[in-house]
Ligand binder design. Structure first.
Ligand code: FES
Ligand code: FES
Length: 220
């Protein structure tokens, strides 16, 4: 048998042989041989075709029915199909909260959920909270306390804030609630925690907390 010390490899041959052995070691046993024998994967064109579905929900008190590609997010259904552009697309990845709407009483990032999942739901967007002539108390407080600069995050902030007050009324604790058996007290720390999913790139956070505190005080 040949001793490995007798094997002479050029530098290039050594690198190629080393890479091949590392790849083989990284694969599960048997994979190195079976991978080459798998038949090519075929996807039928029908499987790639978009699938449309009907969905009906109540948006801001109005029954709305749509036929949508099943991949349509609730955010795109609201903005692109119902032209309710108050709800904003910030990141489209569930990271900024600009797309927050209220679905069956709970706040939701509408970019993270498919429209067809909400058959029969009651959806409230910022347009459904108030109008320029008849604003929701939270909208009034945001104006009064200057809770915005560019305003892009504001519809999501306001929808979120309205739902936060409902969560507190329902006794739902947050990560910073001290006593889980007592009704949560809406301290600035509680508000900041509960609103932490709504990012404001203009940094209007302290004024937003003031606005929510005022509305919370007037409702208790
Ligand atoms: Fe939905 Fe940012 S757009 S979380
Ligand atoms: Fe500009 Fe919040 S007001 S991002």
């Amino acid at each position: 048998m040949k001793d490995f010390r007798d094997i002479k490899l050029s530098r290039r041959e050594f690198v190629v042989a080393g890479a091949a052995s590392v790849s083989a070691a990284a694969l599960p046993a048997g994979a190195a041989t079976s991978a080459t024998t798998l038949p090519p994967r075929t996807v039928s064109p029908a499987a790639l075709r978009p699938v449309a579905s009907n969905v009906s929900f109540i948006v801001n008190g109005q029954q709305r029915s749509l036929t949508l590609d099943t991949r349509t997010t609730l955010l795109d259904a609201l903005r692109e199909h119902l032209h309710l552009t108050g709800t904003k697309k910030g990141c489209d990845h569930g990271q900024c909260g600009a797309c927050t709407v209220i679905v069956d009483g709970r706040r939701l990032n509408s970019c993270l959920t498919l429209a067809v999942m909400h058959e029969g739901a009651k959806i409230t967007t910022v347009e459904g909270l108030g109008t320029p002539n008849n604003m929701h108390p939270m909208q009034v407080a945001f104006v009064k306390h200057d809770g915005y600069q560019c305003g892009y995050c504001t519809p999501g902030q306001i929808c979120s804030a309205v739902a936060v007050l409902d969560e507190v009324r329902a006794g739902i604790p947050s990560h910073v609630t001290g006593d889980l058996n007592a009704r949560p007290h809406l301290s600035p720390g509680e508000i900041r925690e509960r609103m932490s999913g709504n990012i404001c790139r203009c940094g209007a956070y302290s004024n937003i907390v003031d606005a929510i505190t005022e509305v919370a005080g007037s409702q208790t």
